[in-house]
Structure formats: C-alpha cells, structure tokens
Design a binder for this molecule. Structure first.
Ligand code: FAD
Ligand code: UDP
Length: 366
C-alpha cells in the first residue's frame, strides 16, 4: 500500500484528522472533488477582503481543547457576532435582549421588559407550545414574533412556522441585559487572514489532490491505502441504495461594490419581512474589521434542495432520520472505511463540533 490513510474531503473534518495522523508519522493522501481545500469554510480573497464563499462562518466554542487546537494554526480576532434585523426599514438588535425590547416597546428596565413579555404570553393563552410559532410567542411575545421571527423563519425554512418544530427557536438566546452577542460560548472569533489560511496550515506537508472525485476511480483509491476516512455524503457512498437523503440549500448572490467602503456597517443584517426575497446580507469585510476602499456583499436566498444542489443543511425530520439510520448501519459494517463530518454523519454540526468529533476519532485510531 502506498498510503496508510486516504482522506476523502479536505473540509474541517478531513483537515483535522490529516494533521494529527501526519504528525503521528502516518502517510496520508487527501483528495477533494472541489478545486480548493477547506470544504464549506473556504474563504477567497477579493480585493483584499476574505469572502466566505459558502456562507458566513463564525467560530464559537466553549471547548478549550478545540479552541487551543485552532489557535495553534492561526490567531483569531475578537469578532463577536451581533446581527442586526431590518424589518421594513426599522432596525433591531439581535439576539433578543434589552436593546431589542427597548427598540420594540421603549421599555428601560429588565422588569418592564419581563412584564411586557408576560402580558403577551398570558394573552396568547399558550400553555404547552406545540410548534415554532407557539414556542416563540410564549418565549418572547407576539410583537417580536411577528416582527422578527415569523416571516424570516418561513423564508428560511420554506414552511409555515406552525409546521416547524419548537426547538429551532430555542437556539437563540433571550437576555435581559444589553448584550448583543449572538452566542453564549466562552470563545469566539474569526481566523486572521481567513479560514483557508488555517486549513492550509493544517494540511502543510500532506499530499493533497484537488479536482479529484473519489467516485471517479473508487477501486483505484481503495487499493492504494490501508484505510479510508470518508467525509462525503453517506447516501452517495452506498449508491443511494435506500433513496436520497434531503438537504436545505442556500444560494448566494455575491457582489463586489467598488468604491463603497462600508455598505451596511455590520457583517450580518437579517431581513425579517416577507417581501424581501433574501434572508440576510453579509458584508464580509466586517468579520475582520476591514479598512479596504471597496466592499463585498452576499445576499442569501434559502431554497428547497434538489438533487445536484450543494447539500448544506441536513433535514432532521423523521423520514430523513430513519433513512440515515439505515445507511449508518451499513457504514458500521465497513471495516476499511471510517465515516466522519457533516455529510457522512448527516448532522448539522458547527465547526467546533466537527473538530471535536475528528479529534475523538483519531484518538480511537491510536
Ligand atoms: P465539508 O466542509 O462539507 O467538507 C467535505 C469535503 O468533502 C468538501 O470539500 C467536499 O468537496 C469533499 N467531498 C465530498 N464528496 C467527495 C468525493 N466524492 N470525492 C472527493 N471529495 C469529496 N459552523 C459554525 O461553527 N459557525 C457558523 O457560523 C457556520 N455557518 C454555516 C453557514 C452555512 C451556510 C453552512 C452550510 C454551514 C455553516 N456552519 C457553521 C457549519 C460548518 O460549515 C461545518 O460544520 C463544517 O464546515 C463541516 O466540515 P466537514 O469537513 O464535515 O464538511
Ligand atoms: N430566526 C428568526 N429571526 C432572525 C434570526 C433567526 O426568526 O432574525 C430564527 C429562524 O427560525 C432560525 C432560528 O431562529 O432558523 C435559528 O437561528 P440561527 O441564526 O441559529 O439559524 P442558522 O442560520 O444557524 O440555521
């Protein structure tokens, strides 16, 4: 065998395992079907601005081990995600906090804000929330629900808020302090110089072949390595034997605005009304406090996934979870191949979770 490990995919999972296996002296080959490394965290420099090609990526974690790991490759800046919501031209701070309550109702103290929410909760008569709409109203009241949640959610998911599970909205913090930090994690930031630089450093000294699809020459690839670490779509690996897993996808309309140094004053602005067709606008330079004379913005349109689209978000409903369980049983029976990462495990992992999983896996490999 030429290699100890063939790693299919140079995303965060593939790059993390490659780095550790290489440092333990194993010979690894990484292949990726895309023309670049990094998978979905890939950033590309446009007029000196690192553009997040596959959507905004903000690193956040409370896991010190993962934080130390990523910081050993690059420095992280102090970026704190504080999106702003634009509802019909009026701006509100997110996540839901004292700034939002002040903007919505003019309330000054946490006591007044709590009273207002409690009043709206009582009026709604909801006791056991059965779906996202009921959950949101009982958490935060109907004014915020109709201004900042309902239409955004329905655009994002392409379904009525009454048909969506309650847990989706519980991901967002509700705070009675003037704190616009979107995350509760201990550590947060953006790698200085972009994610691609971080991945390049993780893959230093590892042989990488781009534009190379594992399925283009599967038998050959299996024959050159003792073991395969596969980070692609699990249903594709088994030739869709039981049918296709579904995803939600996003399309990005990216524009370079020459001579515009600051388009919206924030990295993320959500458009929470129904008439604006996109869900949000990302202005990439603000992730790194950029001072360039130009700017790059991306409008995000959320779409129903069709076979052939980029698989972004796994759909964790019953049909897909059951289907995944059947593929997982097949995967568990494969001795030579190890499955890991967002696509191979069909889980909507954040970056820190993918790294955590990859570190766990290599520990087991010894
Ligand atoms: P991927 O990045 O998908 O990498 C898999 C790689 O395998 C790809 O490069 C692919 O080309 C390659 N591949 C697949 N099949 C084959 C094949 N047959 N042959 C060769 N190569 C193949 N996480 C956060 O923590 N914070 C965020 O703010 C955040 N925002 C996100 C926004 C969006 C729009 C999306 C979609 C995700 C976001 N995430 C975020 C999640 C984050 O992108 C993932 O956790 C992480 O990138 C997954 O890494 P991975 O290596 O598992 O998968
Ligand atoms: N959400 C909303 N309004 C916003 C931002 C988020 O209603 O301005 C809702 C929406 O339903 C979304 C959920 O909160 O799916 C979770 O938001 P998050 O930003 O975590 O979603 P992601 O983009 O990471 O899927």
């Amino acid at each position: 065998m030429t290699y100890n490990y063939l790693i299919v995919g140079s995303g965060l999972f593939g790059a993390t395992v490659s780095y550790i296996l290489k440092s333990r002296g194993y010979k690894c080959l990484v292949i990726d079907k895309r023309p670049h490394i990094g998978g979905n965290v890939y950033t590309d420099s446009v007029n000196g601005i690192n553009v997040h090609k596959y959507g905004a990526h903000i690193f956040h974690t409370s896991d010190k081990r993962v934080w130390n790991f990523v910081n050993s490759f690059v420095e992280f800046n102090r970026y704190t995600n504080s999106p702003v919501a634009n509802y019909k031209g009026k701006l509100y701070n997110l996540p839901f906090n004292m700034n939002t309550f002040y903007q919505m109702w003019g309330v000054i103290t946490p006591e007044e804000a709590k009273e207002m929410i409690e009043k709206q909760r009582r009026e709604s008569g909801i006791i056991n929330p059965r779906n996202l709409e009921e959950q949101a109203i009982s958490l935060i009241g109907k004014d915020i629900y109709y201004t900042l949640i309902k239409d955004y959610t329905e655009k994002q998911w392409g379904r009525k808020a009454t048909e969506l599970p309650a847990f989706i909205i519980k991901r967002l913090p509700v705070r009675f302090t003037f704190d616009n930090n979107y995350f509760n994690d201990k550590y947060q930031g953006i790698p200085e110089g972009g994610y691609t630089r971080m991945i390049e450093r993780m893959l230093e000294g590892v042989e990488v072949h781009l534009n190379t699809d594992y399925f283009g020459n599967r038998e050959y690839f299996d024959s050159i390595a003792d073991r395969v670490i596969y980070t692609g779509e699990i249903d594709r690996f088994f030739d869709y034997r039981f049918g296709h897993l579904e995803y939600r996808t996003v399309s990005f309309e990216t524009e370079l605005l020459e001579g515009v140094s600051n388009f919206q004053g924030n990295a993320v602005v959500n458009y929470t009304d129904a008439d604006t067709p996109y869900t949000r606008i990302i202005e990439h330079k603000h992730f790194e406090f950029g001072q360039q004379p130009d700017t790059v913005i991306s409008r995000e349109y959320s779409k129903e996934w069709r076979s052939g689209d980029e698989p972004y978000y796994p759909v964790n409903d019953k049909r897909n979870s059951d289907l995944y369980a059947r593929y997982k049983a097949l995967a568990d029976g494969q001795e030579k191949v190890i499955f890991g990462g967002r696509l191979a495990e069909y889980k909507y992992y954040d970056m820190h979770q993918v790294i955590g999983r990859a570190l766990e896996l290599v520990e087991k490999l010894g």
